[in-house]
Design a protein around this ligand. Structure first.
Ligand SMILES: NC(=O)c1ccc[n+]([C@@H]2O[C@H](COP(=O)([O-])OP(=O)(O)OC[C@H]3O[C@@H](n4cnc5c(N)ncnc54)[C@H](OP(=O)(O)O)[C@@H]3O)[C@@H](O)[C@H]2O)c1
Length: 236
């Protein structure tokens, strides 16, 4: 049986948007709309006409643009996968719009499958060290100099994982912005005697793009708002 490609709208056409545009056809998507700061100032590019026939939208734009864009796209009944970070304080409004329009949204601070496995590993380590008073927690992350938010959305998720596992002592957080790294995250526990550190290093942006496309395929036909970190191992 020949599979019909899903019609994809890209919201944000920077490093991630372009990468997804390049690899979308071999993953069963046809990119039919590309929105950026030139054709989507204040959401003007999101109309009934421009999104006609679109099956799913993938957003890798800027934090300031996400809430209004997601609300508008939800109003047109199009499911969305958002990869942009740094906008989560607006989640209640975004959730309200998605639910009111009976459509669907998946968001992820990090669409890499490896990072989502890393959250799980970090949670387990934090559970262990919560009972060991002699160990201080730390979190270090490093990204390229163009990244706009700090600490990264992934670092914030890692902190949530540490806290959620019952580690309630201070965790020193350090963010570096220099050069071209696609992303390093390290969580560690340091005592007088030794250091345990867990590190994830992204080798390229490809892992993010592949995960985002999996999420985009999965969200079509769903209803409601999903955090990719909670559903990643259900997504084929
Ligand atoms: N979840 C993940 O796995 C993951 C992975 C990588 C990156 N990210 C996040 O994804 C976001 C994008 O990353 P990137 O590396 O692709 O950044 P980027 O290269 O700066 O691309 C962002 C693009 O969005 C454009 N934009 C600005 N206003 C817009 C609007 N109103 N509507 C649509 N697009 C607009 C930007 O234009 P200007 O440059 O002119 O502002 C830029 O072209 C960041 O928040 C980053 O942290 C997430």
């Amino acid at each position: 049986m020949i599979e019909v490609p899903l019609k994809l709208a890209l919201v944000g056409y920077g490093r991630m948007g372009r990468l997804i545009d390049n690899i979308a056809p071999e993953h069963g998507f046809e990119v039919v709309l590309r929105l950026d700061e030139f054709n989507n100032q204040d959401g003007e590019g999101i109309t009934e006409e421009s999104l006609a026939g679109v099956d799913v939208a993938v957003d890798f734009s800027i934090p300031e643009a996400v809430p209004d864009n997601v609300v508008r796209i939800s109003g047109l009944g199009v499911p969305q996968a958002v990869g942009t970070t740094g906008w989560l304080e607006h989640l209640p409004r975004v959730r309200g719009a998605v639910e009111a329009n009976n459509t669907a949204l998946v968001y992820g601070a990090n669409y890499s499958i490896g990072v989502n496995a890393f959250y799980r590993i970090v949670r387990e380590a934090a559970r262990t060290f919560s009972a060991q008073q002699g160990y201080d927690g730390f979190l270090y992350e490093a990204h390229h100099k163009f990244k706009k938010d700090a600490p990264s959305g992934t670092a914030l998720r890692l902190l949530d994982a540490v806290r959620g596992a019952g580690y309630d002592r201070p965790v020193d957080v350090c963010a570096q912005r220099a050069g071209y790294s696609p992303g390093v995250h390290e969580v560690g526990f340091d005592s007088e005697a030794d250091t345990i550190s867990l590190r994830h290093t992204a080798r390229s942006r490809m892992g993010f793009a592949l995960g985002a496309m999996k999420a985009a395929r999965w969200i079509v036909g769903q209803r409601g708002v999903y955090d990719f970190a909670k559903i990643w191992d259900r997504v084929k």
